[in-house]
Design a protein around this ligand. Structure first.
Ligand SMILES: [Zn+2]
Length: 99
């Protein structure tokens, strides 16, 4: 499973690298060496959803004293990870200035 590089359009971004991009990291394309990041506004929305997911279910555990909400937290977390991997648009980063 590979994803398209926004620089060279080759299917060169690995699943592991795509997952890293969803966690505010940057990677370099193994094909063309171009730096890649996830689109920042979608990344911001995803991060807010992760935080909401954590606070919502931990809040319910806290108020209802029932630990089965941990299961819902895990299910939602996996769903968010899947959205993060399959629907997160990528964008190009310019090379850092050479000194
Ligand atoms: Zn590339």
């Amino acid at each position: 499973m590979a994803f398209k590089c926004p620089h060279c359009r080759a299917q060169s971004v690995s699943l592991k690298d795509k997952y890293k991009l969803g966690w505010w990291m940057t990677v370099s394309c193994p094909n063309c060496g171009g730096r890649i990041a996830a689109f920042p506004w979608t990344l911001l929305i995803m991060t807010m959803l992760y935080v909401w997911n954590l606070m919502w279910w931990v809040g319910l555990i806290n108020f209802n004293h029932s630990y089965h909400y941990l299961l819902y937290l895990a299910i939602c977390w996996v769903l968010l990870d899947l959205i993060n991997i399959y629907f997160m648009p990528l964008c190009r980063l310019e090379r850092p200035p050479q000194s």
